[in-house]
Design a protein. Structure first.
Length: 334
């Protein structure tokens, strides 16, 4: 299996480390930055391509780890070349671009997957399964928090909301996707954002924080907090309350997952550090390409996550609730 990575920055390097541990994978790479490409190919024993076209001509699967605004063109070029494609989350900067990618992949019969790796975090998967198994009865509410220091990225693209979409599209989308995967479709989003609301002024970098309330078709109420204003470093937390108990996760606690019900005071569970989510996700992607089966997280799933994020952005900017299903409908009709 020949795998090509385009974008040898932060995520390209994370992915490459894990591809090397997947049996039978041979790595290829392309980046416009010759120094980064050189260091990457040395570190991961990857063959350097001379252009993106050259990369596509050599591989069975391409993994797009470019800044978000560049996803759409890179995906369309890969599909045109008939190469199975994995694109990092968020699938695209704009919802309409997701639809263009999905249609192109369908027309060409090319597999298209999106890197919503949080579904492969063992703790998040465990909580998802506990909820679906009914361990806490009927779920009623979910609270998720994700954040850390503001990332920079090459040439500071993360800190330009026009490019990254800010915390809602770039960071909270992990939790929007996890909640949608666990509780089903979202019927209303209401968001408040420090950056978009311009309530913090005067600072060179204003910081970015967003609070989103999601109402699911099932009646579950979700609450997502995302921040790039936490100098203490990365932390994610998750709490689901149901009719018979509560399940909680905190990335800074050990054990990180706890379930409490009336009948059982607390079941604590410590995950195995060997279950690396990136390895699990990329292994599933490689296996889907080998067998010709659908990608573990399809383009359609990636698009629905972008619809929630776009609804949150519109909500924060216009101070009104937004139905992401309406945005999806518009994008599908356009
Ligand atoms: N799944 C996750 O947990 C996670 C975490 C961080 C970032 N991401 C996503 O991964 C993607 C990449 O983020 P990153 O942190 O790796 O960014 P980055 O800035 O660290 O890396 C991007 C790389 O792309 C290269 N590049 C830029 N333009 C190019 C072009 N036209 N042709 C070839 N190479 C080009 C840059 O030189 C750089 O090496 C983003 O969509 C981001 O949102 C996902």
């Amino acid at each position: 299996m020949k795998v090509g990575v385009i974008g040898t920055g932060g995520m390209g390097n994370v992915h490459a480390r894990h591809y090397k541990n997947i049996h039978g994978v041979e790595l290829f790479a392309w980046d416009r930055d010759a120094d980064k490409l050189g260091a990457f190919s040395k570190q991961h024993e990857a063959t350097k391509a001379t252009s993106y076209d050259d990369l596509l001509s050599q591989v069975d699967l391409v993994d797009i780890c470019l800044p978000t605004p560049l996803h759409v063109d890179a995906v369309l070029q890969a599909i045109e070349a008939g190469v199975a494609t994995l694109v990092e989350k968020p699938m695209a900067r704009r919802l309409a671009e997701c639809q263009t990618m999905i249609e192109a992949a369908k027309a060409k019969g090319v597999q298209l997957g999106v890197g919503h790796v949080v579904r492969f975090f063992p703790e998040h998967r465990r909580v998802h399964n506990l909820v679906l198994e009914g361990s806490i009865g009927n779920p009623a509410s979910c609270r998720m928090r994700r954040g850390g220091k503001a990332p920079l990225g090459s040439e500071g693209w993360f800190r330009d909301p026009e490019q990254s979409g800010g915390v809602m599209l770039d960071l909270a989308i992990h939790d929007y996707d996890w909640m949608r995967w666990t509780f089903g479709e979202v019927k209303q989003v209401f968001a408040k954002s420090v950056r978009l609301g311009k309530t913090v002024s005067g600072a060179k970098f204003e910081g970015d924080y967003a609070l989103t309330t999601l109402t699911f078709e099932s009646g579950v109420v979700g609450h997502s907090e995302a921040t790039w204003m936490d100098p203490a470093g990365f932390r994610s937390t998750l709490e689901v309350s149901g009719s018979e108990g509560i399940v909680e996760y905190d990335s800074r606690s050990a054990p990180s997952v706890r379930v409490s019900t009336d009948s059982q005071l607390a079941i604590a569970s410590q995950m195995d550090g060997a279950d690396d989510p990136y390895f699990l996700h990329l292994s599933a992607v490689v296996s889907a390409v080998r067998t010709g089966s659908p990608m573990p997280i399809t383009g359609e799933e990636g698009m629905k996550a972008v619809a929630i994020a776009e609804a949150a952005i519109v909500s924060a900017m216009e101070n009104r609730p937004v139905d992401p299903r309406e945005l999806l409908k518009k994008a599908l009709e356009s």
